[in-house]
Design a protein around this ligand. Structure first.
Ligand code: SF4
Length: 611
């Protein structure tokens, strides 16, 4: 709670989205707020009695946030993030809340503009999301006044033979009554698409040409109609009444520096809507700002599959023209790096800058909390140095023959998943936990020595004194001297019930274990142990599932252990065996024709009766 309190204090008093995470770093709840600090604080206020809070509150271990310009922007971003992360405690919100979109129904012969709540991924043209249905309806009205698309529903359209009043007043081209050819109607549809894609000015130029041509041909009525249309488009562009005329993809980069620490923040607008916010931090920076940001752009967009058409920057970066050309080559379309000085684009850069600043401040607070926890770790567990690199080992056998070991790696108090390792226990048959731990540690450190790899500062073992002694022996045999060891013994359910033995830590060379009291060090060691446990169990389950799938082959008459292994070796997986053709099976020398038929028929029957 003390750590959360510090994070709560660091939250800004601005609009944005907040993200609650649990001990494992999983996103468990996402919300939006006009004032982040007071909204988030309200969750920890005893007066808030919403039923959800009694489940949610104890699980909140970390808070992240993203600032937005307005509450409305936060609302749309919140919805997007909920759909992306599907947090456990947002389930109802996730199901109930969907935003509005404008759709041009391109799959119909005579498309029309409609408001939709649930856009399907199809060939329809979709714009949005929008927070209000009213805005979408206003935009549709305006567009229909400029472009005479049909206004009636598809059902109404199909049953009509005569045009309605909309045709009489010049608001519809009346495809229902054959007053316009499909080709001419298509031309109107293309004009609408261009207008919606923000090409209104080019469209005006083309219509002006058409208007002069019509008047040259003395088609004055047609010319007047085009004139009115041009007028309506101009008015709409000037007043920016149609909200959907800029479906542009844009990244906005914010930058904040404090001495040698830098925060960079990327806001991602997709089709004009803010959907992405990502923070990056750099410490001990020696470079100039322009050089650092240039290098960031090269590295970040060098790894991205998608590059937006516009990237707004807070200032000029080194090699800016070169980077722009390189991005154009990569994306195969025109990409612009822009340094806006005023207007809406500058405001977006300022927003990204503030996000960079606030996130850097909070990350420093987090860093401090982690540093404090590691320092306390050193003190409580009587270590020689702060354990920057910790490895934790766990064994999972669940009372069966199949047993696995798992190692998780934490660097500076954070998991480094690329360093995780898992082990299938090979040399121990019985349920001897100590021997299994010995096998895992021996395999891990023998290899490390052989490959001259650096070693961790501290090893944590899931278990008691026995595990600790085994580990000490392994290290002695391998002549590893500087690595420190501790083990964490679980509180069993009986212990909990009888208040006998809480979580305790055994130190190397110390007789009695330490009982853990609530502290950042306890929080960290339990987090590491739980992660090792989770990793071991998930590997164990995966293996069990694989083996039980494979034993399916043994149910087929004529297939024994030898043939099963040979089949899996030949096809590489059970799935491939299941989908093999009869010819493929018959061509295998290890199977008789009859075996092949039995095998093939078995999976055919299984396919038709999956239950
Ligand atoms: S004129 Fe025909 S197509 Fe247009 S809105 Fe009326 S019924 Fe629909």
């Amino acid at each position: 709670m003390e750590q959360l309190e510090k994070k709560l204090n660091a939250l800004p008093n601005s609009a944005g989205v907040y993200i609650f995470k649990d001990r494992a770093g999983e996103v468990i709840y996402i919300g939006k707020a006009k004032n982040l600090k007071s909204r988030v604080r309200a969750y920890f206020n005893e007066t808030d009695s919403r039923p959800l809070l009694q489940f949610l509150k104890p699980k909140i271990k970390d808070i992240a946030f993203m600032l937005t310009d307005t509450e409305k922007e936060a609302l749309i971003l919140e919805n997007h993030l909920i759909k992306k992360y599907q947090p456990k405690y947002n389930i109802r919100l996730r199901d109930d809340k969907t935003y509005f979109h404008l759709k041009l129904s391109l799959t119909e012969k005579f498309p029309r503009l409609v408001l939709t709540r649930r856009p399907q991924k199809s060939q329809e043209l979709i714009f949005g999301p929008f927070a209000s249905a009213k805005k979408v309806k206003e935009s549709i009205n305006l567009l229909q006044n400029i472009f005479p698309l049909r206004r009636c529903t598809t059902r109404n359209f199909q049953s009509r033979e005569r045009a309605c009043i909309n045709y009489e007043i010049g608001k519809c081209s009346a495809p229902c009554a054959g007053k316009i050819s499909p080709a001419d109607y298509q031309k109107i549809v293309e004009q609408v698409i261009r207008f919606l894609k923000g090409e209104g000015k080019d469209l005006i130029k083309e219509l002006e040409k058409e208007m002069y041509l019509a008047s040259e041909k003395l088609e004055f009525e047609k010319s007047a109609k085009i004139r009115d249309q041009i007028q309506a488009i101009k008015q709409s562009l000037e007043r920016q009444k149609v909200e959907v005329n800029l479906p542009l993809d844009r990244d906005v980069i914010g930058y904040y520096r404090e001495a040698d620490r830098v925060g960079i923040y990327r806001l991602g607008y997709r089709q004009g809507i803010l959907l992405i916010g990502q923070a990056y931090f750099f410490k001990k920076v020696q470079m100039e700002d322009g050089e650092l940001l240039g290098s960031f752009l090269k590295q970040f967009y060098g790894e991205q599959g998608f590059i937006p058409k516009e990237i707004l920057l807070p200032f000029a970066v080194e090699d800016q023209d070169l980077i722009q050309d390189w991005l154009r080559e990569r994306a195969k379309f025109k990409i612009e790096l822009i340094i806006p000085e005023r207007g809406e684009k500058r405001a977006q850069v300022e927003l990204a800058n503030i996000n960079a600043q606030k996130n850097l401040e909070v990350s420093e607070e987090k860093e401090k909390i982690k540093r404090d926890a590691l320092e306390e770790f050193k003190r409580i567990f009587r270590l020689k140095k702060i354990p920057a690199w910790i490895e934790c080992y766990d064994i999972s056998n669940l009372g069966e023959k199949l047993a696995v070991g798992a190692m998780v790696k934490f660097v500076n108090g954070e998991p480094e998943k690329a360093g995780y390792r898992r082990y299938r226990i090979k040399g121990v048959d019985s349920q001897n936990d100590y021997e299994m731990m010995k096998e895992v540690l021996t395999r891990r450190f023998q290899r490390a020595l052989l490959e001259n790899q650096p070693l961790p500062d501290l090893i944590i073992l899931d278990g008691g004194k026995g595990q600790l002694n085994i580990a000490r022996k392994v290290l002695q045999e391998l002549q590893i001297k500087d690595m420190e060891l501790i083990s964490l013994a679980k509180e069993s359910w009986q212990d909990k019930f009888l208040s006998k033995k809480p979580e305790r830590v055994y130190l190397s060379g110390v007789k009695d274990p330490i009982t853990l009291k609530p502290s950042p060090a306890k929080h960290l060691i339990m987090r590491i142990r739980d992660e090792a446990h989770r990793f071991a169990i998930s590997y164990h389950r995966k293996l069990r599932k694989k083996l039980s799938n494979q034993s399916l082959l043994l149910k087929i008459p004529g297939i024994g252990e030898k043939k099963k292994r040979a089949l899996l070796k030949h096809f590489g997986s059970l799935k491939r065996v299941q989908t093999a053709t009869l010819e493929e099976l018959k061509s295998l020398p290890l199977l008789s024709e009859r075996d092949a038929e039995k095998l093939f028929n078995f999976f055919q029957i299984q396919k038709s009766n999956p239950a």
